[in-house]
Design a protein around this ligand. Structure first.
Ligand code: SF4
Length: 110
């Protein structure tokens, strides 16, 4: 699996994505049961509210080899401050439309 990880720009000053990388490395939580190797081909933020840049950034990661776009839990679950992105669903559906069904989307990490 080749992962393009997208995270919330608002939380990057309080979280260096440590747990996101840990669950990928240990194949826990969102990555439970994945048997193939997990390689991170890129990490980027949503670009800031309202997250429109996440769409083109996901496309760029697919161009660079990602077969799976992962939306970090800071976006969809509000980690680490209990404040999920109000644009998460719209962001996810816009990414889905743009990258097509051949690319998998995982909408949380932990
Ligand atoms: S759009 Fe959502 S994910 Fe992006 S910075 Fe704003 S709150 Fe975070």
């Amino acid at each position: 699996m080749k992962v393009g990880l997208i995270r919330c720009m608002q939380t990057e000053d309080m979280c260096p994505a440590t747990t996101c990388f840990k669950v990928m490395n240990t194949k826990k939580l969102a990555f439970e049961g994945i048997e193939e190797d997990i390689e991170v081909v890129g990490v980027n933020t949503c670009g800031g509210c309202p997250g429109k840049k996440a769409v083109t950034r996901a496309v760029e990661m697919v161009k660079r080899g990602a077969d799976t776009i992962v939306l970090a839990s800071c976006i969809t679950r509000g980690n680490p401050i209990g404040f999920a992105c109000p644009h998460a669903e719209q962001m996810k559906s816009a990414i889905e439309k743009k990258i097509g069904k051949s690319i998998n989307i995982i909408d949380y990490t932990h």
